[in-house]
Design a protein around this ligand. Structure first.
Ligand SMILES: *[C@@H]1O[C@H](CO)[C@@H](O)[C@H](O)[C@H]1NC(C)=O
Ligand SMILES: *[C@@H]1O[C@H](CO)[C@@H](O)[C@H](O)[C@H]1NC(C)=O
Ligand SMILES: *[C@@H]1O[C@H](CO)[C@@H](O)[C@H](O)[C@H]1NC(C)=O
Ligand SMILES: *[C@@H]1O[C@H](CO)[C@@H](O)[C@H](O)[C@H]1NC(C)=O
Ligand SMILES: CC(=O)N[C@H]1CO[C@H](CO)[C@@H](O)[C@@H]1O
Ligand SMILES: [Cu+2]
Length: 588
């Protein structure tokens, strides 16, 4: 009896502890071992096409009118692989039952506004860890979220400012919150955008949980003339990210930081061994022996992909980030940083008699790693080529000229030259970066970048770190003019770190003299919103604070000076969350 009572008591204690742990949101810490990715057979799940939502309406007579969407954020379960138990995720969708990872693909029309009301239905607690030593959205209760349309040209009140977050039922809101009803004017070139969470200090965690999706701006007449592969079957989005799972199917994110005395949870870069495309681990897609268009988005936190195809197939790039290229660029392999988009045509008719082609990646993680690091080749997905001679012939093509009408970059038009330096700091006694700043300033320090609407500027981005940091600007598009290696970079870094800046006083030009010039890959010479800033280099960007349109308007179609303003940041999410981000205010 006594034994029994003790057993019951202990059992109850365990139940209470487990229950409490679950309440604290750390249930999976008690839970089991990490998944060995080899337990998941590759190429068994078909590549999904995410649900599509029309961001416009069609009035009588076929006239296009503004679209009005409501998209919610839900906690739900998602199957990443046939043999993996369903995974708890946060997902965008119109209901808990239909929310997906990635979220629905929003199809917008150039010049026709899309209104989206973003609603937060997330539970009081996050199921992933969260580091309160970062400058973070800290509501006390609820999961803070805010949506940024990456590549979108929109009023800053609709830009998803990291401090415009809100929780479920608006029980708490960030200092820059005004309304969850966003307006996307879509007055920008046709191209590929994506929407994702952008809450202060939580972006990496919320995107890891599943809060991301694709947004396309179409210009049907202009694009039909190109005759690229089109239609739902032949024009596909490929959203790639890497994840780490436990054997029970739950997402794994380490709860212990590498320097826990500084940051109890934050780690400088998240990598997972499982590669996920459109929400499925290593999926396959049945294709015909013809041309397909793939709009490839790298939505990883920190993993770079260097993608190539087996069987001698190549990619023909037609756009990069959100804008078409002037001319197509063929490549055998290309490197994609987090949040970078490549838009490529693949012709499976070039595969000879191959019946399957594997898309694979061989970039080291972290990128570029140390000299001599062996890059491991990992499959991403498989294309199963079906031969059916009875199918209609492929009439699509890749024209020699795509959209040559956009202005050519001209450095002479720059009104101002700015120096943007990237720093990594290491606290005494640690051997790894513990914080990352731009221009030696934290995110919360007052704005220093105040470009004038209608002008262009040269931004010299100086990498004083050992990492390749993809730089992203909100609102503005830019062209990478050149990338030059610094000589004796340690000397320059020591000087700039000591002064908190002063590139010129520290002899930037001297350090650049005779430095190697890196070729900007041809497919990255167009107008972009993310650029990979190599370590130890100075990258010169021509940044345009005016719309990119053939009409050459100097004014944005809204008051670009109003609202909370914009930001620029490193798009390694783990860095962005640790203040590798700065405010940017446009003035007139
Ligand atoms: C969306 O709302 C706007 C104004 O609020 C309206 O003009 C438009 O017709 C609506 N669109 C649809 C498809 O209902
Ligand atoms: C979590 O991170 C800590 C600190 O870097 C490390 O010691 C530990 O091995 C990690 N745990 C797992 C399961 O990767
Ligand atoms: C995606 O971006 C991450 C970093 O953000 C990078 O590590 C990874 O290699 C990229 N993947 C591809 C396919 O480019
Ligand atoms: C494909 O054709 C070549 C000859 O053109 C042949 O050597 C090869 O074995 C064939 N491969 C397959 C998979 O049928
Ligand atoms: C890979 C590489 O070149 N990294 C460099 C980044 O910049 C720092 C200093 O600025 C160099 O020390 C690294 O070698
Ligand atoms: Cu970074």
């Amino acid at each position: 009896m006594e034994k029994m009572r003790r057993f019951l008591g202990e059992c109850l204690l365990v139940v209470v502890l487990v229950f409490q742990a679950a309440l604290l949101g750390c249930g999976d810490d008690l839970g089991g071992r990490l998944l060995d990715p080899r337990e998941l057979e590759m190429f068994v799940d078909e590549l999904p096409d995410m649900p599509r939502m029309r961001g416009y309406g069609v009035a009588e007579g076929g006239k296009l009118v503004a679209g009005n969407l409501t998209i919610g954020m839900y906690e739900t379960m998602w199957k990443f692989h046939r043999d993996l138990r369903a995974t708890r995720v946060f997902a965008y969708g119109t209901s808990k039952g239909t929310a997906t990872v990635p979220g629905p693909t929003i199809e917008a029309m150039q010049g026709v506004p899309t209104y989206v009301t973003w609603t937060n239905h997330l539970p009081p607690r996050h199921f992933l860890p969260w580091d309160h030593t970062l400058t973070a959205a800290t509501p006390g209760r609820g999961v803070p979220t805010v949506v940024h349309l990456h590549g979108g040209v929109q009023h800053s009140a609709s830009d998803g400012h990291s401090l415009a977050w809100f929780t479920s039922g608006f029980s708490a809101t960030g200092p820059h919150f005004s309304s969850p009803a966003y307006e996307y004017p879509n007055q920008q070139p046709p191209g590929n955008l994506w929407y994702h969470d952008h809450a202060m200090g939580l972006t990496r965690v919320n995107i890891l949980a599943g809060l991301l999706g694709v947004y396309r701006v179409a210009s049907p007449a202009e694009e039909a003339a190109l005759n690229l592969p089109s239609g739902e079957a032949f024009d596909r989005n490929l959203v790639l990210f890497d994840r780490d799972f436990r054997a029970d199917g739950s997402l794994f994110m380490n709860r212990t930081g590498n320097n826990p005395t500084v940051h109890p949870q934050w780690q400088p870069e998240y990598f997972g061994p499982v590669i996920v495309a459109n929400g499925k681990a290593w999926p396959y897609l049945r294709v015909r022996r013809r041309r397909y268009r793939f709009r490839v988005l790298n939505a990883s936190n920190a993993r770079f992909y260097r993608l190539s195809l087996s069987d001698g197939l190549r990619f023909v790039h037609v756009a990069s980030d959100s804008v078409y290229l002037a001319r197509p660029v063929p490549t055998r392999a290309f490197l994609l940083a987090p949040s970078e988009i490549a838009d490529v045509v693949v012709d499976f008719a070039e595969s000879g008699n191959a019946t399957a082609v594997v898309l694979r990646s061989d970039a080291p993680a972290p990128y570029p790693g140390d000299p001599g690091d062996k890059a491991e080749t990992v499959p991403v997905m498989k294309f199963v080529i079906e031969s059916d001679a009875s199918m209609e012939p492929d009439t699509s093509s890749v024209p020699a000229r795509l959209m040559a009408q956009y202005p050519k970059p001209d450095a002479r038009e720059a009104a101002v030259t700015r120096r943007i330096a990237m720093y990594e700091y290491t606290k005494e006694g640690t051997d790894e970066p513990t914080h990352l700043y731009l221009n030696a300033r934290s995110y919360m320090e007052p704005v220093t970048e105040t470009p004038r609407e209608g002008t262009s500027e040269l931004w010299d981005v100086i990498n004083l770190t050992d990492d390749n940091h993809p730089l992203h600007l909100h609102l503005a598009l830019f062209v990478a003019l050149e990338q030059r290696s610094l000589r004796r970079v340690d000397e320059l870094r020591d000087c700039m770190m000591a002064r908190g800046g002063g590139a010129d006083a520290c002899g930037l030009e001297r350090h650049l003299a005779g430095g190697r010039r890196h070729v900007v890959p041809r497919q990255e010479r167009g107008w972009k919103n993310v650029f990979k800033v190599r370590p130890g280099t100075v990258t010169r960007l021509l940044v345009r604070f005016r719309p990119l349109s053939p009409t050459e308007s100097r004014r944005f179609p809204f008051d670009v000076t109003a609202g909370p303003g914009y930001v620029y940041h490193c798009h390694i999410l783990d860095h962005e969350d640790n203040e590798m981000m700065r405010p940017m205010k446009i003035v007139r």
